[in-house]
Design a protein around this ligand. Structure first.
Ligand code: FAD
Length: 418
């Protein structure tokens, strides 16, 4: 019988937890080392959307021009903090290079396959006794209000249909039929029935409890500070709480991943993409279906007795401070799509800022590093880390056991920039 492998997962976000789950389920001995508390990175207060409809990576044709236009408007959904930072400049250059039709086309098919596989895994997880995270497969409504927004939404719907993602275009009557309790100011929308949503804090907490019961060890409030290496491999991590040895190591540190492996001189270019969420309890409007506001790039997700508003993408380094001006701008856009939601009242909700781990080509890093073959990357999921967490965990388990991965990992190689 093969010896049981001991795997140490760095980072206790959605990706680290899902990785621990599939590793444990496949017979590994698993320890998670987390700098703070489980989920405190980006995985507790995000929009909770599980979205095969988000198949276009951040780096896509037109995004560079759109980004430049947005940068000139202080209330726009995208902002780059001006600074002379060579990592940021290199990242932006690589982003521009990745935004070609050919590269985006390949990324689209991969993201589609990954998110469809992940959604199926979520359905499986939702049926596990003890795991309850308000998983609902109610679809997603993309709302638009201008001719330009309509054009963009219809183009995306056409692209979705061509790659097998169901999408139907709705006028205002169609929106009312789907959500009779909501007063729409949007002129129309696109409905993606295959999408789902969940409550991320419940997902993270219940998966943590479940994994503890399954024998996964959690080492909290402990930061990984370095690595003990051997030729072509790692033998242990050093942490603020001592040294931990293992057979294999998984890097699931979200936006902090490049910092964690800096001493190993590994090139995993990433920029933290700050976003905000505002959660309002007992809101005056209670949609059943999550919505995305096309022009404003704001998401609305029903969660338990609340409604969560999320959005903005700010490249401002590893800084999760809240800029109230940008939070207000996010909320200000809502009434032009939906009636009954006054921004001033919404501001009293719970405000959170999180950092998305953004790679230049919009694809995560998943796979073994060439230089250290027992270190596996599972990071860089940008805007779709919740969506892709289960499939990432499953792929890592396949890698650890030397199985043929269920998704082709070529475009996800962690060494693709180094
Ligand atoms: C406003 C907003 C809305 C979003 N909405 C969605 C959505 O609807 N759907 C979707 O799919 N995605 C969404 N995302 C993206 C998603 O939240 C992230 O992609 C995902 O949470 C990343 O998970 P992760 O496990 O890789 O990283 P994280 O959750 O950030 O976890 C990384 C963990 O590593 C720990 N860590 C860092 N350094 C160390 C160290 N040295 N030692 C030990 N531990 C360390 C951190 O404390 C953290 O807990 C959203 C993000 C934001 C900001």
């Amino acid at each position: 019988m093969a010896a049981v492998k001991h795997i140490l997962v760095i980072g206790g976000g959605a990706v680290g937890l899902c990785t621990a789950h599939y590793l444990r389920a496949s017979g590994c001995d698993v320890t998670i080392v987390e700098r703070g508390v489980i989920g405190e990175g980006s995985s507790m207060h995000n929009a909770g959307l599980v979205v095969p409809s988000h198949f276009v990576p951040l780096a896509a044709p037109g995004m560079v021009m759109l980004g430049l236009r947005w940068m000139l408007r202080p209330e726009s959904p995208f902002y780059i903090k001006p600074r002379l930072d060579s990592d940021l400049l290199t990242w932006l250059w690589r982003f521009a290079l990745a935004s070609t039709a050919g590269r985006t086309g390949r990324a689209i098919l991969l993201l589609r396959d990954m998110s469809i596989a992940s959604l199926a895994l979520y359905e499986g997880l939702a049926s596990v006794r003890g795991l309850e995270f308000e998983f609902r497969k109610n679809g997603l409504l993309m709302l638009f209000r201008t001719g330009h927004g309509r054009e963009g939404s219809l183009k995306a719907a056409g692209q979705a249909s061509r790659i097998g993602i169901e999408a139907s275009v709705l006028d205002r009557d169609g929106l009312h039929e789907l959500e009779p309790g909501v007063n729409f100011n949007a002129t129309g929308g696109v409905y993606y029935p295959g999408d789902a949503h969940l409550t991320p804090a419940l997902f993270v907490e219940s998966l943590r409890e479940y994994l503890i019961a399954e024998g996964v060890r959690f080492v909290g409030s402990t930061r990984v500070t370095g690595f003990v290496t051997r030729p072509l491999g790692i033998t242990a991590v050093t942490t603020t709480g001592g040294t931990y040895a293992a057979d294999e190591f998984v890097l699931a540190g979200g936006a902090w991943s490049p910092l964690i492996v800096r001493s190993l001189r590994l090139q995993i270019p990433m920029q933290p993409g700050k976003g905000y969420s505002v959660t309002v309890r007992n809101p005056p409007v209670r949609p059943r279906i999550p919505m995305l506001l096309e022009e404003a790039r704001v998401a609305l997700t029903p969660m338990g007795d609340g409604l969560r508003f999320s959005g903005t993408m700010e490249l401002a380094g590893l800084d999760s401070s809240v800029n109230m001006g940008r939070v207000r701008a996010l909320l200000k856009s809502v009434p032009s799509y939906l009636g009954g939601l006054e921004p001033v009242q919404l501001e009293h909700g719970e405000i959170w800022a999180g950092l998305r781990p953004c790679t230049p080509d919009g694809l995560p890093f998943i796979g073994r590093f060439r230089k250290y073959d027992n270190l596996i990357a599972a990071t860089g999921h940008a805007m779709v880390g919740m969506s892709l967490a289960p499939i990432t965990g499953k792929l890592v388990a396949e890698i650890v056991h030397g199985r043929i991965p269920s998704i082709d990992l070529h475009l996800l190689r962690p060494d693709r920039y180094g």
